[in-house]
Design a protein around this ligand. Structure first.
Ligand SMILES: Cc1cc2nc3c(=O)[nH]c(=O)nc-3n(C[C@H](O)[C@H](O)[C@H](O)COP(=O)(O)OP(=O)(O)OC[C@H]3O[C@@H](n4cnc5c(N)ncnc54)[C@H](O)[C@@H]3O)c2cc1C
Length: 279
């Protein structure tokens, strides 16, 4: 439970963070809230030679609404997202672990870590949000669909920083968030988030469904979306669409649940999330 030895710096600007990452090479790692990285270091599953702390860099925290979207600084804590009145994102953030974790963990850290069991990645995916990534050669926007490559692997390079998350405000969409775990503060066994826009005649104009812990990355349940789009938003259509929730998934079996049980959970939770989003 004692990490390997490491050096530590806490630069006061993004340029100095980038310089520290460059000088530290591939064994240098950013630390934000430390609530995913430190447990890995204590288990010796990660042994960075240099930790580059973001906490002194100005401008990386806070939530701002502008031009139909909301910008969330990478160092914004889960607690602030949970209490920020951001619909689906706030509801999902409020279910992360317990208050202590929500006070320290950050949205940027959660997305950069790329854990398929984490709550916020599927929310970013279903919302069709983007992240801003800064490196030595400048800044780029990465769409949620291009961010998550594999288990704990994202499009963010070792020498890059995720600086900001951008979520469209999605006016007119209802939302639902459902996750299953054994205890309130446990990691998600399976989670489903849904965003639904009703047409004037009450049918489904648009629907997005994100799944947590149903593969090595967060997933969009595209078969569910295709099955529901244009259909009436009644119990029968929602139930029929939700039956497709496990299509194209590859859930990892673990001590809590077999693959088949997770597929069952995905169908049930997707139906409930769609019902909430349509009500
Ligand atoms: C007991 C416990 C229970 C938890 N339960 C849940 C849960 O139910 N749901 C959930 O979603 N999460 C859960 N978490 C994880 C928690 O949400 C973490 O806070 C989050 O995953 C990582 O955020 P962090 O700020 O702590 O990142 P850190 O641990 O500091 O960093 C994580 C990784 O991301 C990289 N990184 C961090 N910030 C940046 C950045 N801005 N740019 C580039 N790379 C960056 C780091 O180098 C590291 O590789 C739990 C954690 C604990 C300890």
């Amino acid at each position: 439970m004692i990490p390997a030895q490491f050096d530590y710096v806490a630069p006061e600007s993004l340029d100095d963070v980038l310089a520290a990452l460059r000088d530290g090479g591939e064994d240098a790692k950013i630390i934000a809230g430390g609530h995913s990285l430190l447990p890995l270091m204590k288990l010796r599953l990660a042994a960075p030679s240099l930790l580059v702390d973001l906490r002194r860099v100005p401008g990386l925290s806070g939530i701002q609404r502008e031009n139909g979207s909301v910008r969330i600084g990478a160092m914004t804590h889960h607690h602030d997202v949970a209490t920020g009145g951001l619909g689906l994102a706030s509801t999902a953030a409020s279910t992360i672990a317990d208050q202590q974790v929500r006070n320290r963990g950050t949205i940027g850290g959660s997305l950069a870590h790329g854990d398929p069991a984490a709550d916020m990645p599927a929310v970013l995916l279903a919302s069709e949000g983007t992240v801003t990534v800064r490196g030595q050669s400048g800044q780029r926007e990465v769409a949620a669909a291009d961010l998550f490559h594999d288990f704990l692997t994202t499009a963010i390079g070792d020498d890059e920083i995720l600086t900001e998350v951008r979520l469209p405000l999605l006016q007119g969409y209802g939302f639902g968030y459902q996750k299953f775990n054994r205890r309130r503060e446990d990691w998600t066994m399976v989670g489903a988030c849904a965003l639904v826009k009703k047409a004037a005649d009450g049918s489904c104009e648009d629907v997005r469904v994100g799944l947590t812990h149903m593969g090595s990355t967060p997933l969009r349940a595209t078969a569910v979306e295709q099955a529901l789009r244009g259909k009436p938003l009644d119990a029968a259509s929602i139930a029929a669409a939700a039956e497709q929730a496990a299509e194209g998934t590859d859930p990892p079996a673990d001590l809590n649940a077999s693959e088949e049980y997770k597929r069952h959970l995905a169908r049930v939770l997707t139906r409930r999330a769609l019902e909430d989003a349509s009500s």
